[in-house]
Design a protein around this ligand. Structure first.
Ligand SMILES: C[S@@+](CC[C@H](N)C(=O)[O-])C[C@H]1O[C@@H](n2cnc3c(N)ncnc32)[C@H](O)[C@@H]1O
Length: 145
């Protein structure tokens, strides 16, 4: 039973990774991009972004401290290399000072789905000239656990 559960969990992680890998491909990350991810969850997409960065940098935020903790664990090497930062905060009230980003993205974050205009208005404040905002709300995988 434990083995079956472990196998099902491994398959789910595989699905999530594949889904997010495809999404990150669409961002066309450049080596020097400054990237902001909103609602990073466990930091799976963040890993794919960091793998494409050289001099660039990723800041990922999530309102859940538990998710940020998991994302930091997963991306410890990228944090250590100075390539990534993970910060607890809700997009509606996080203070990012005068930081600006070339790409801002969110995957399956409710606010971007429910109130896209509001979410865009909030994120636009952090956009660099020529920057772009991406929001994805793909359906869950249908693969049986
Ligand atoms: C459905 S999960 C998606 C996680 C990840 N982006 C993915 O696709 O696997 C939504 C995540 O967004 C975070 N979140 C939801 N609303 C948020 C907000 N207003 N500001 C920051 N994070 C938020 C949640 O805590 C959660 O980790």
């Amino acid at each position: 039973m434990a083995t079956e559960e472990a196998q099902a969990a491994a398959r789910r992680l595989e699905d999530v990774s594949e889904r997010l890998r495809r999404i990150v491909e669409q961002l066309d990350i450049r080596p020097d991009d400054r990237v902001l991810e909103i609602g990073c969850g466990q930091g799976v997409a963040a890993t794919f972004v960091c793998e494409r960065l050289e001099s660039g940098h990723l800041l990922a935020i999530d309102r859940s401290a538990k998710m940020i903790e998991a994302a930091r664990r997963r991306n410890a090497a990228h944090i250590e290399a100075g390539k990534a930062e993970f910060q607890v905060g809700a997009v509606e009230d996080v203070d990012l000072g005068d930081r600006r980003f070339d790409k801002i993205f969110a995957v399956r974050v409710g606010l971007f789905h429910r109130e896209p205009e509001r979410a865009r208005g909030i994120a636009e404040r952090w956009l660099a000239p020529e920057g772009a905002i991406f929001s994805f709300f793909d359906p869950p995988s249908r693969r049986a656990a």
